[in-house]
Design a protein. Structure first.
Length: 201
């Protein structure tokens, strides 16, 4: 780790740079509260103290095409979003590495354990800790500005970035997601505890 301290406004400059690369939202998570997450490999977080959470908004119109299952159009948008996120995560990682710190970009969409359908880490859990949004009753991350129609990626680092605070859950008594679910799958689900790498308990 380098001895020279970062400028006091480095965190904000980093976020602005990430948004310049195409992100809609960016936040910094303290990894300490997330040490009990199911991660792959189990020692993934060793040596890291922060996580940069990056989100991009998906085109609303593509969701309007979905009736009972994802469409080829949605699949294409999904793949494009993941490529964009992976590129931004890579650039962020290199930027932090050039400052003399460790950094590791975690792919936006990569299944490492197909039996349990797990990735390396829950991007949603990191995003919640980074103040990007809160978990809705549909188990999706809800952002104040874009709702749940976002994709996420994470960069792990030991850079002493200024952390953001988690956002208070704003669902309240709202049941719009439950009412809109065509198969009635959303029933009595909490909004605070689903933080495993699968996004499920």
């Amino acid at each position: 780790m380098r001895d020279k301290k970062l400028p006091y406004d480095y965190t904000e400059k980093l976020k602005k740079k990430i948004k310049k690369w195409g992100a809609d939202l960016a936040g910094i998570a303290d990894l300490e509260p997330l040490r009990k997450l199911d991660v792959n490999p189990p020692d993934l977080l060793d040596g890291f103290t922060r996580a940069v959470s990056i989100a991009i908004r998906l085109p609303v119109a593509v969701f309007e095409q979905i009736k009972d299952r994802p469409t080829p159009l949605y699949a294409s948008v999904y793949q494009t979003a993941n490529r964009m996120l992976d590129e931004m995560a890579f650039k962020t990682s290199v930027m932090l590495q050039n400052e003399g710190y460790m950094s590791l970009p975690v792919p936006a969409s990569q299944v490492l354990d197909r039996k349990n359908w797990m990735g390396a880490i829950s991007h949603k859990a990191v995003a919640r800790m980074a103040g990007i949004g809160w978990q809705g009753k549909n188990l999706l991350l809800i952002t104040a500005k874009y709702g749940s129609r976002v994709r996420l990626v994470t960069v792990l680092t030991n850079t002493p970035l200024k952390v953001d605070s988690p956002v208070k859950n704003r669902c309240g008594e709202c049941t719009m997601c439950r009412d809109a679910c065509p198969v009635g799958a959303i029933k009595g689900v909490g909004t605070e505890t689903h933080i495993t790498a699968t996004g499920r308990r």
